[in-house]
Design a protein around this ligand. Structure first.
Ligand SMILES: Nc1ncnc2c1ncn2[C@@H]1O[C@H](COP(=O)(O)OP(=O)(O)OP(=O)(O)O)[C@@H](O)[C@H]1O
Length: 477
C-alpha cells in the first residue's frame, strides 16, 4: 500500500484529502505544520506528498526541497491558491512533479494527477515531451536549459494560465507556444497566431476583436476576430510589446473579465481562450518607460518562459543543423571547418538564421557535392573576416582598446564593398550597449568595494537594472 503525506495547515482541506485518499485504499498521514512534517518525515518513507505552500511555521517550498533532496522516490504535488500560482511555478522549477489549485474545482483532475504519479508515470512524460516537441517542429537538442524549459512548459500546459515567452528573434517562440497548445487539453481546438507588430492599430483591434458592419470606412461586412475564432483554443500574441496602449487596455479587460466587444459593436461577448504571448523586448523595461501597462504584464506573465539564444546553447547547433540537413536528404554533411565556424559564430538570427544558412548552402553547392564547406557559407561567417566584436569583454584596463577595436571594425564594414548584413550590425550594436553597461557597473562596483546599492545609486539606476546589466537577469517566473 502506498504511503501518502499531506502537509496542510487547513484542517478542512487535510481531512477532505485524507478521506478522499483513504477511499482509494491509500495509507494517509497528516502534518498540519512544519513541526509535524519533520516528525512524520523522519518516521518512514512516502510515495507521494501533497504540500501546501503556505504554512504557519515553515515554507512549503523548503519542505519540497527537503523531500526532493532526501527522499527522491517520493513524488510531490504542491497545492496553491490562484493568487500564489507564481509560487507553484517556482515549485515546479525546484522539482515538484505537479501542482494543483485550491479549492479543488475538479476532483477528477485531482484523482488523475495522483494516480498518474503513483503509477510512476514521470518517465512517460519525457517520451511524451519528445513526441509533442517533434509534432510542433522543435528539435530538442542537448542543452539542459532547453530540456528544463520544455519540461516546465509541459507541466503548466494543461493548466488554464497565461504564459509569456521571452527570447530573441528566431529562437522558436512560436514553436514553443505551439508545443504548449499541443500539450494542453485544448489541442483539439484552434491555435491562432497574430503578430501585434505587423498591423496598424485599427487593423490589430479589428483582427483581435472583430468588427461589426460599418464600424469604420471599409467595414462592409461584419467579421469575427481571433478571440472568437480561437474559441476554447489558444491565441498566440506575438510581439505583444508592440501593441498600442489603447489595445493594451482592451486586452487587459479581456484578461480580467473574459469579456470583449467587436469594434463598433454593442454586444458583450465571452471568451475562454488561453493566451500565450511572446516578446523579444524586455517588457519590464517597457513598463518603466511607460510604453507597456504594468497591470497587463502582471496578467500575461503568470508563467514566464525564457528561450536562450542559440549562442548560449552551442551544444544544440550541430544537432539542429544535422536535423535540418536530414530534412533535405541524409547525404549532406558539414565539413569539420564548417562545424567549427558554426560553433564560433554568434547567430544573431538564432535558429531561423541557422536554417537559412543551411538552405542557402544547399542551393549554392555543386550538384555532385555532399559536404558543406566554408565557401558555401555567407561572407560574414567565414573565418578571417573582420569581426565587429572581439570576444574579450571590456574591463577597466582594456576599455579603450575594446572601444577602438569596435570602432575600427565597424568602419571597416562601413567601407567594405561586400553585402552588408544589417541584422549582424544591429546585433553588434546591441552587444556593445550590453558590454558598455556591464563595464561601467563593474567599474563602479570596484569604486564602492562591491557595495551594489551604493553603485546603483551612483549610476542612478535601480538594483534590478544593475543586475540586468551584470547579466544576472532575475530567474523569477
Ligand atoms: N528548436 C528548434 N528546432 C527546429 N527549428 C527551430 C527551432 N527553433 C526555431 N526553429 C525554426 O526557426 C524559425 C523561427 O522560429 P519561430 O518563428 O518559432 O521563432 P520566433 O522566436 O517566434 O521568431 P520571431 O521572434 O522572429 O517571431 C522557424 O523556421 C522554426 O522552424
Amino acid at each position: 500500500m502506498a504511503n501518502i503525506l499531506i502537509v496542510d495547515d487547513d484542517r478542512e482541506v487535510a481531512n477532505f484529502l485524507s478521506y478522499f485518499l483513504k477511499e482509494k485504499n491509500l495509507e494517509v498521514y497528516k502534518a498540519y505544520n512544519g513541526k509535524d512534517f519533520q516528525r512524520l518525515f523522519r518516521q518512514q518513507s512516502y510515495h507521494l506528498a501533497l504540500i501546501d505552500v503556505k504554512l504557519p511555521d515553515a515554507s512549503g517550498l523548503d519542505i519540497l526541497k527537503e523531500i526532493t533532496e532526501q527522499m527522491p522516490v517520493c513524488k510531490t504535488i504542491v497545492m496553491t491558491g490562484y493568487s500564489t500560482i507564481k509560487v507553484a511555478v517556482e515549485a515546479i522549477k525546484l522539482g515538484a512533479n505537479d501542482f494543483i489549485e485550491k479549492p479543488f474545482a475538479d476532483l477528477d483532475v485531482l484523482e488523475k494527477t495522483i494516480d498518474h504519479l503513483l503509477k510512476n508515470k514521470t518517465t512517460m512524460a519525457e517520451s511524451d515531451i519528445q513526441v509533442l516537441a517533434k509534432k510542433s517542429g522543435i528539435v530538442t537538442g542537448n542543452s539542459e536549459t532547453m530540456k528544463r524549459l520544455l519540461a516546465l512548459a509541459y507541466k503548466i500546459a494543461p493548466k488554464h494560465i497565461n504564459v509569456l515567452i521571452e527570447g530573441e528573434t528566431g529562437t522558436g517562440k512560436e514553436l514553443l507556444a505551439h508545443f504548449i497548445h499541443q500539450a494542453s487539453k485544448r489541442n483539439e481546438q484552434p491555435f491562432i497566431g497574430i503578430n501585434c507588430g505587423a498591423l496598424s492599430d485599427t487593423l490589430l483591434e479589428s483582427e483581435l476583436f472583430g468588427h461589426d458592419k460599418g464600424a469604420f470606412t471599409g467595414a462592409l461586412k461584419e467579421r469575427k476576430g481571433v478571440f472568437e475564432l480561437a474559441g476554447k483554443g489558444t491565441l498566440f500574441l506575438d510581439e505583444i510589446g508592440e501593441a498600442s496602449l489603447a489595445t493594451q487596455v482592451k486586452l487587459l479587460r479581456i484578461l480580467e473579465t473574459g469579456e470583449f466587444m467587436r469594434v463598433g459593436g454593442e454586444k458583450i461577448q465571452k471568451t475562454n481562450t488561453r493566451i500565450i504571448s511572446a516578446t523579444h523586448v524586455d517588457l519590464a523595461e517597457a513598463v518603466k518607460s511607460k510604453t507597456f501597462r504594468e497591470d497587463l504584464l502582471y496578467r500575461l506573465d503568470v508563467v514566464k518562459l525564457v528561450i536562450p539564444p542559440l549562442r548560449e546553447r552551442k551544444e544544440d547547433i550541430h544537432l539542429i543543423a544535422n536535423h535540418l540537413l536530414e530534412q533535405a536528404g541524409t547525404v549532406f554533411q558539414l565539413s569539420a571547418e564548417t562545424a567549427a565556424i558554426f560553433e564560433q559564430y554568434d547567430w544573431p538570427g538564432n535558429v531561423r538564421e541557422l536554417s537559412n544558412v543551411i538552405k542557402r548552402a544547399l542551393t549554392v553547392m555543386d550538384e555532385d557535392s555532399h559536404i558543406i564547406t566554408p565557401k558555401h557559407l555567407p561572407e560574414k561567417m567565414r573565418i578571417g573576416k573582420p569581426r565587429l566584436v572581439e570576444k574579450k569583454q571590456p574591463e577597466e584596463e582594456n576599455f579603450e582598446e575594446y572601444m577602438q577595436q569596435w570602432t575600427d571594425n565597424m568602419i571597416a564594414v562601413w567601407k567594405s564593398e561586400d553585402k552588408v548584413e544589417m541584422e549582424m550590425i544591429l546585433h553588434n550594436v546591441k552587444e556593445l550597449e550590453r558590454e558598455i553597461g556591464r563595464a561601467f557597473v563593474i567599474k563602479m562596483l570596484r569604486a564602492t568595494i562591491g557595495n551594489r546599492q551604493d553603485a546603483a545609486k551612483r549610476l542612478n539606476i535601480s538594483m534590478r537594472k544593475l543586475r540586468y546589466l551584470l547579466n544576472e537577469k532575475s530567474t523569477r517566473p
